[in-house]
Design a protein around this ligand. Sequence first.
Ligand SMILES: *Cc1c(COP(=O)(O)O)cnc(C)c1O
Length: 393
Amino acid sequence: MSFSSPLHVGRPNLGSRRRLLSRVRSVLDRRWLTNDGPLVREFEREVARVAGTAHCIALCNATLGLELAISAAGLSGEVIVPSFTFVATPHVLLWRGITPVFCDVDPRTHNLDPAQVEALVSPKTTGVLAVHLWGRPCDVEALEAITERHKLTLLFDAAHAFGCSYRGRPVGRLGLAEVFSFHATKFVNSAEGGAVVTDDDELADRLRLLRNFGFTGYDTVAQLGINAKMSEFAGAVGLTNLESMDEVIEVNRSNHAAYREELAGIEGLCVLDFDPRERSNYQYVVVEVDVRGDGPTRDALVDVLHAENVLARRYFSPGCHRVEPYRSMFPDVGSRLPVTERLAGSVLTLPTGTAVNRDDIVKVCALIRFVTKRWAEIAPRLAAPSPGEDHRA
Ligand SMILES: *Cc1c(COP(=O)(O)O)cnc(C)c1O
């Protein structure tokens, strides 16, 4: 049942090679490689169209996008953030000298638990940095009510949520600003890339200054800035991949449905669903492994899948609060993050995207079914040395 070549999580989705090469040729012909070039501008218009926002500021990655958004929004002191996220989310706060205040997530949605957010607001809190995990939007209404009540800024790390909707409105228009990632592993990629989207004109102006060293004119610098620009080559990749976005959603959606169908009825496994009333990119096939009786743990299942060349991934394991520097800064914070602790030990993601087809999925699921059903027989044999090793010894 093993795969001869590995099946990866986050294999890049690639659009038309012909269209990409023709764009790259146009970049070379123009000799305009970066600094507000025509392809990056076109990419910004297209992203703003999908997100339904007045502004899109394209950047070299989402991590700098988050940093610049935090800086442009004037956040300081403490910011409330989930621990069940990619480590870039709290890292950007620390880079800005802000204390990340880790908050637990809702066990059903995997997104910030609004009740705990409100309980964590202190006199030093200036904002909430929420994550639309797996592309499933947060409880935006509750977070808006809390941040309005306490006069806090609400920003969204929308790295997973490009092309998704919240109550029929595109993700992008929520909070003061939202940040997309166009990293190679994300739904739409520009190899490396990110963007901040907002309807706030002043914020957009500040972001454009910040990403280009603070330059306001040819040789005038108005403030401290940094270099966070997207190159024309990244723009070419991003624009080309955007053109096949709807096809990728279709592939992801049918892959997701196939996984749900094939994994249905396996005790202790639950595949996360997407709200059928919303637009989703279906970029993540998320499975929660709840060990029952003599079934495998999440880690044991991941090990077996890896041995068969199915490169499933643990997410987000062990949780941001358990990695440095946060572990040393906040050694006891885990006690208020019980859901995060449980999910960090029980969630895995399975390979999807345009590099994975239905036959692959049927095989992966048959393997998972076999392993979970027969775990009592398999587990002792995994612990023992294999016959092959005996021969070599
Ligand atoms: C990928 C990711 C980021 C960082 O994006 P880059 O473009 O790689 O900097 C931030 N937050 C989350 C939740 C992510 O998944």
